[in-house]
Write a new protein. Structure first.
Length: 458
């Protein structure tokens, strides 16, 4: 008999969670103005809002926290983090920040100015927000296959190199501060980028004299998919693949709350001393001194340990196979999801599931509300609300994909929880024709509105 797959950890501590009633959830989501971000955590049974900062740290990470050096300048914890970044990612210079969007804020304060264009593969919400806040343009050049949720393409996160080169021919060099590659590509469904594609982007950067930066929140998951799907990498370690990825980059931003499996933390890493010096000015203003940058010493220690653990095959295999388990359950139930199954989340195709709801009524948000009412499960909309309004026309942007993201925290839930999620979503799917309408916006912020938007049922 073949021995079945099992998790590469055992559980030392548990946290109680409460199962609420349907009546309670109907009232709570109404009081939250139908914004899942407004729910209190104790009103949620299984929380799939994000995998960012919600994972369970290991015993070694907790032990490292006890040894944190809280010195304001030159703490040993800073040097632990510096060594991990150099040894695993290969960068000589780095600045700690409290999380990924802070890293973007610091870096873009140096590099992005009004009128600039930043090409990339489906920039995520904070990335696009920081670019557009500076009156620049985030230009999406993701391959067209990413728009078809049923297409089985192994690297749907790839940049279309022809689209990218057309952009580089169209815009003057001084208007393109860098090309941004997001690994994995969250907005298009947690889809990986191939090493071949990264090399192709690097070649275009060299040809046109433009820098390459990597949004690296889930770089380790991306390396796992390269190992599993790309020819020539099956026998390479995750750390070797990671080193090759970043050898092509001039710099990176990192939300360490994902693949470094910490509750808080991030950084910018770069090869240029000049850029490091320029960014240091903003880091000191926005985050803190350059050897702590908004992080405590204990968090830097946990991050350094997490970078090592997060780039081990067994850790990644356990994590991605759980996401795959949920995805396969949903496919078995006939529920349309982005395929192939991504690394950190399952993305439900809301437009296919609720095809009768008009796009103006925010289809993915409607599906998220229904799933919460059904099972107390909180996901997040990756659709028209997140896409925001066009900064010039102020018209709603309606993306090709309307997805409900079910992001799985690392080392947090069991496969029994995955079964609950699948059953609840199947119940929604079975009664989908009874869902007659969606939601409309009552109030919204001028940028990144999805965090605080207030909605009402139509």
């Amino acid at each position: 008999m073949e021995i079945p797959f099992a998790e590469s950890y055992r559980i030392k501590m548990v946290e109680p969670i409460r199962r609420s009633t349907r009546e309670e959830r109907i009232q709570w989501i109404k009081e939250a103005n139908y914004n899942l971000f407004n729910l209190r955590s104790n009103q949620v049974f299984i929380d799939l809002l994000t995998d960012s900062g919600t994972g369970a740290m290991s015993d070694k990470q907790w032990a490292a926290m006890m040894l944190g050096d809280e010195s304001y300048a030159g703490a040993s914890s800073y040097y632990n983090m510096k060594n991990a970044i150099k040894n695993i990612l290969g960068f000589d210079y780095f600045l700690p920040t409290h999380q990924g969007r802070a890293a973007e804020n610091v870096l873009f304060s140096v590099l992005v100015k009004e009128g600039d264009v930043v090409p990339g593969n489906s920039h995520f919400d904070t990335t696009k927000g920081h670019i557009e806040f500076r009156k620049a343009k985030a230009l999406d050049v993701t391959i067209d296959e990413a728009k078809d949720t049923q297409a089985e393409h192994p690297f749907k996160g790839n940049l279309d190199l022809n689209k990218l080169e057309d952009a580089l021919k169209t815009y003057p060099k001084e208007k393109v501060p860098f090309i941004l590659v997001t690994i994995t590509n969250n907005t298009s469904g947690g889809q990986p980028v191939s090493m071949e594609n990264i090399r192709g982007v690097r070649q275009l950067c060299d040809k046109y004299g433009i820098s390459l930066f990597i949004d690296s929140a889930r770089f380790a998951e991306n390396a796992y998919f390269i190992k599993m799907r790309e020819k020539g990498y099956a026998d390479k370690t995750i750390k070797a693949i990671v080193a090759e990825i970043f050898a092509h980059a001039d710099g990176m931003t990192m939300s360490s709350k994902k693949d470094a499996i910490v509750n808080m933390g991030g950084f910018i890493a770069m090869k240029s001393k000049k850029l490091f010096q320029e960014a240091s000015v903003y880091n000191i203003m926005f985050e803190g001194f350059i050897t702590y940058g908004g992080m405590s010493g204990r968090d830097m220690n946990a991050l350094a340990q997490g970078l090592d653990e997060g780039t081990e095959f067994e850790t990644l295999e356990t994590r991605i196979k759980q996401v795959e388990y949920l995805g396969n359950k949903l496919i078995e139930y006939g529920i349309p999801i982005q395929r192939p199954i991504g690394g950190h989340a399952v993305f439900v195709d809301a437009k296919k599931m609720l095809s009768h709801i008009p796009k103006e009524q925010f289809v993915a948000q409607t599906l998220g509300i229904e799933l919460y009412i059904e099972g107390g499960i909180r996901g997040v909309e990756i659709g028209a609300i997140l896409a925001d309004r066009d900064p010039e026309t102020r018209e709603n942007r309606f993306p090709d994909l309307e997805l409900l993201r079910l992001a799985i925290p690392r080392r947090t839930y069991t496969n029994n929880h995955m079964d609950v999620i699948a059953a609840a979503l199947k119940n929604v799917y079975d009664r989908r024709t009874e869902i007659k309408s969606g939601v409309r916006i009552l109030t919204e912020a001028p940028i990144m509105r999805h965090f605080t938007v207030e909605l009402e049922r139509i």
